[in-house]
Design a protein around this ligand. Structure first.
Ligand code: FAD
Length: 515
């Protein structure tokens, strides 16, 4: 399924260079670029590729100012490009400032750091010493002064200024500045601990710490779980009035008045709703599958696996469970090929007795979108499979990969969003086989879902009222979040596991709005 034979695919958020696009990407770009020249056969490149991918996810918000690219020099078609850039060893990194000319061969990064944090700092150093024209989307990274702060709102069209107070060696302020670069109504500047007048005016005692200064002159300290980059950025991106560029937030009440929504069902954003899960069943079994007139081969195997995990682990009403069991036992008897109409007949006629029912129709609740084209089915598919991985763990499935492989097969054979299926299959090929316990299966799905969230944050498909975040947020699960000794964000996986087991547990699923 994955066409690209190199170490990266387009879903890694790394620009894949080729002779066809190299000039349009590197020459006269408004963003600076850092390019990795690698060879697929080189062990060091293979070892470095996860870092490069992690870096791409980590600095995704910086793209308008600085972007990452890669080119596979082992591909014969790319040889000329690599030779032209004077590449003789792998991996090589080259920095291309914004507005580089076609003659420019890039600045080689000798002895570059091999970790995400080191590379991130390196990129900031490079941006700061950018001698040619500054990338227009890149905000100022230098420290600010009392004079600039005093005049800030006269010269900048924003409501809030976030000031990160820190020592001179800290990169937090510059990282947060770049993390916020695609957001409106907020600007970020760093202030050094030596800037005595501002330090005393804001009453700063901790370094780093972040203060908000509003255009009305109010000063408040940003409340965060930990004084670190990820927490500052997350919190600032969610301040009232701060919006992603090009994504104005229409208040939900106005949306309802405009009747873009049929009927808004108030719900608790921190809970799972059975109505979403049953709607997902209806949609997948009666709508999505109906596009397949006959089902055989791998598709039939996929359907059998899917129905089987549903029959075993769907934590539904007794009547729904009983319906799923009936469909499962019918399906196990089918051998090489089924007609969808026969399958449907089982669903609608055999099953619909008083004690076995698969409710019809969709009624999204926790998966409602602020407009009809947002959320709904894909949201419920994720939720369904998270619930199933947790249920399989609680019920002690004998196969750690059972639910994941069923999801993989269903998505690959039937999920209507084909690019989604390709991406998901890419992640499955990469690491699903490493899952060897039921807990690891729960965590695998959680972490891959977060990868998808990272890739889609800010995308057109993102509902502005439900921004894609690294989930669960610090508010939803404070203990899930921690800091490494380096100050990098880390997930406390044991706490995440506890949280997921509770969040997706069958006993917590709400049954409001069920038909
Ligand atoms: P969703 O991402 O659908 O999440 C639903 C709910 O799950 C959230 O509201 C939250 O409560 C919870 N949640 C969020 N993150 C996590 C997590 N890490 N672990 C556990 N629970 C979590 N869209 C594309 O545009 N491109 C794609 O490549 C793509 N691939 C997809 C692959 C699959 C397998 C699926 C099911 C969907 C895919 N989608 C893709 C759709 C996309 O991921 C979202 O489902 C869709 O945009 C709706 O987003 P949402 O805001 O409802 O949140």
């Amino acid at each position: 399924l994955i066409a690209d034979a190199g170490l990266y695919t387009p879903s890694d958020q790394i620009i894949i260079l080729s002779p066809e696009n190299v000039d349009s990407v590197l020459v006269n770009s408004t963003a600076a670029l850092l390019v990795e020249f690698y060879a697929t056969w080189c062990g060091h490149c293979v070892a470095f590729s996860p870092t490069w991918k992690t870096l791409a996810r980590d600095i995704k918000e910086w793209k308008p100012a600085v972007d990452l690219a890669a080119i596979d020099c082992a591909d014969e078609g790319n040889r000329k490009v690599c030779t032209n850039f004077g590449i003789t060893g792998y991996p090589s990194l080259k920095f291309f400032p914004a507005y580089s000319s076609s003659e420019f061969k890039g600045q080689e990064l000798k002895g570059f750091p091999r970790d995400t944090r080191g590379l991130r700092h390196y990129i900031i150093d490079k941006l700061e010493t950018h001698t040619e024209a500054w990338p227009p989307a890149c905000p100022p990274l230098e420290t600010t002064s009392e004079a600039e702060v005093d005049n800030f709102f006269q010269t900048n069209n924003v409501k809030n200024l976030a000031l990160v107070f820190e020592n001179k060696d800290s990169y937090v302020g510059r990282e947060v500045t770049l993390d916020l670069l695609q957001y409106e109504n907020i600007a970020v500047r760093r202030v050094l601990d030596t800037e005595a007048s501002l330090v005393s005016r804001f009453g700063v005692t901790d370094f780093p710490s972040c203060y908000l200064y509003s255009s009305f002159g109010n000063i408040s300290r940003l409340k965060v779980l930990s004084e670190a980059r990820t927490f500052y950025s997350y919190s600032l991106q969610r301040l009232p009035g701060v919006v992603r560029t090009g994504k104005p937030q229409i208040p939900i009440t106005d949306l309802i008045k405009n009747s873009t929504l049929q009927e808004w069902r108030p719900f608790n954003k921190t809970r799972v709703y059975m109505s979403d899960l049953e709607s997902a069943l209806h949609y997948s079994l009666r709508v999505e599958l109906s596009g397949h007139i006959s089902i055989s081969g791998d598709d039939l195997i996929a359907l059998k696996k899917y129905i089987n995990v549903l029959a075993k682990y769907f934590p539904g009403r007794p009547s729904v469970k009983s319906a799923l069991k009936t469909v499962d036992s019918w399906l196990t008897q089918q051998e090489t090929e089924i007609k969808y109409s026969d399958f449907r007949d089982v669903l609608d006629n055999t099953v619909q007795t008083s004690d076995a029912v698969l409710p019809e129709g969709v009624q999204w609740v926790g998966c409602q979108g602020s407009q009809a084209h947002y959320r709904g089915y894909p949201c419920a598919v994720w939720t369904l499979f998270h619930v199933l991985t947790v249920q399989a763990r609680e019920m002690g499935s004998s196969d750690p990969q059972e639910v994941l492989q069923a999801m993989r097969a269903y998505v690959s054979s039937f999920f209507g969003c084909r690019p989604c299926a390709t991406h998901f299959e890419g992640m499955a090929q990469e690491s699903m086989n490493h899952v060897t316990s039921l807990s690891a299966a729960v965590l695998w799905l959680w972490s891959r879902h977060n990868r998808v969230n990272n890739r889609l944050a800010g995308d057109l498909s993102e509902d502005p009222h439900f921004p894609k975040i690294q989930w669960p947020s610090p508010e939803l699960c404070p203990s899930c979040h921690g800091l490494k000794r380096t100050g990098e964000h880390s997930w406390n996986q044991e706490e995440v596991m506890t949280f997921l087991r509770n969040y997706f547990s069958s006993s917590r699923i709400l049954t409001d709005y069920l038909q």
